[in-house]
Write a protein that binds this ligand. Structure first.
Ligand code: ACO
Length: 326
């Protein structure tokens, strides 16, 4: 019996509005008496600019544009989609899910739709879920989206977090195929680390209870991210019996250039094989990996038949990896 793989047949992405450069952010924060600089932000994070959604833009509206771009590349219509999974921590509403709103927007009438919440690892969790459903034969074609308006969770008086994040959406279309696609996926969690990265606000009797902003112990996040990304990369490489030298592209979660460089060094992946977009997008949480992937597919770096390692890490703590033949 031939094996069924989930194969990426289209990618798409979207970022809202004009870029906000570090200098523009410095000026904005200075009005609140908060001091930062382009030099500090670039040296510590590698971020040069980010994009922010305006009031009318949501995870589903940005996700729709990314999804339509991916569908166009794949050459499929909405009625061919059996499953819509959206990874987000900043969905349009509590319910219905952002995936259902997106399913309606694109007119994927026969698709099941649900959200996955695993913070910055969300896209890898969503991809892993869709891959399992394709491999089991339950669905043939899946739309997997990472979409965030994380700017709405930023405390503009906290310079340790508000300089890091941006908004955007990325999408892939996966289709059942007998040609190799997703080769191996692994996802993990450790809720004992929930205190190092969180956004605690909840709706309670008509009011917000708890801090509705991102809170982070930056150094603890840094250390855990590097270790866990290294561990899970080895897991999927071993599972697929692929030596790391055979890897063509490494697309880790785009949180911070220093985390990306440390993870690549730990794995022995040369810098030329690392796809970086954190400089352009900032940290877009669940959207970061599909945004970086789409960029590298569209600029011609990633070619059919090449192997790539996608990775997520973030609040929960959650982390995961997907090894894929494009
Ligand atoms: N501008 C200027 N100075 C700043 C800023 C800023 N935006 N933010 C902090 N500082 C200051 C601090 O106040 C501190 O000053 P002090 O020495 O006078 O006390 C100094 O810079 C150093 O602060 P640290 O927190 O020690 O800086 P560090 O080198 O650890 O860098 C950073 C902070 C960038 C957050 C780092 O810890 C990091 O990269 N952590 C990973 C976190 C991350 O990437 N999170 C993204 C979300 S999580 C995820 O996606 C996985």
């Amino acid at each position: 019996m031939t094996q069924t793989y989930a194969k990426i047949i289209g990618t798409g992405s979207f970022v809202p509005n004009e870029p906000i450069t570090n200098d523009m952010l410095v000026e904005r924060l200075a009005k609140n008496g908060i001091e930062t600089s382009d030099q500090w932000i670039q040296e510590r994070t590698g971020i040069c600019q980010r994009y922010w959604a305006n009031e009318g833009q949501t995870a589903s509206s940005m996700g729709e544009i990314a999804a339509r771009n991916a569908m166009e590349m794949a050459g499929i219509s909405a009625d061919e989609i059996d499953l819509v999974v959206v990874a987000t921590s900043t969905g349009d509403m509590l319910f219905p899910s952002t995936a259902c709103l997106l399913q309606s927007k694109i007119g994927a009438k026969k698709a099941a739709a649900f959200d996955v919440q695993a913070a910055c690892s969300g896209f890898i969790y969503a991809l892993t879920t869709a891959n399992a459903m394709i491999q089991s034969g339950q669905v043939k074609t899946a739309l997997v989206v990472g979409a965030e308006v994380i700017s709405r969770l930023l405390d503009w008086n906290d310079r340790t977090t508000c300089v890091l994040f941006g908004d955007g959406a990325g999408a892939v279309i996966l289709r059942a195929s007998d040609e190799p696609g997703v080769l191996s996926c692994r996802i993990h969690s450790d809720g004992d680390l929930s205190h190092i990265l969180h956004s605690k606000g909840v709706i309670y009797n008509g009011a917000i209870k708890g801090e509705p902003f991102i809170g982070m112990d930056g150094q603890a996040v840094f250390k855990n991210a590097v270790t866990l990304l290294g561990d899970v990369a080895l897991e999927v490489l071993e599972d697929a019996q692929l030596p790391v030298e055979k890897l063509d592209w490494f697309i880790p979660h785009q949180a911070n250039i220093r985390i990306i460089q440390a993870a690549a060094k730990r794995l022995n992946v040369p810098v030329e094989k690392v796809i970086v977009s954190v400089n352009e997008h900032g940290n877009t949480s669940a959207a970061s990996v599909p945004l970086a992937l789409d960029k590298a597919v569209r600029d011609g770096r990633i070619q059919r038949g090449q192997t790539m390692l996608l990775q997520g890490v973030g609040g929960g703590f959650t982390w995961g990896a997907a090894l894929i033949q494009y």
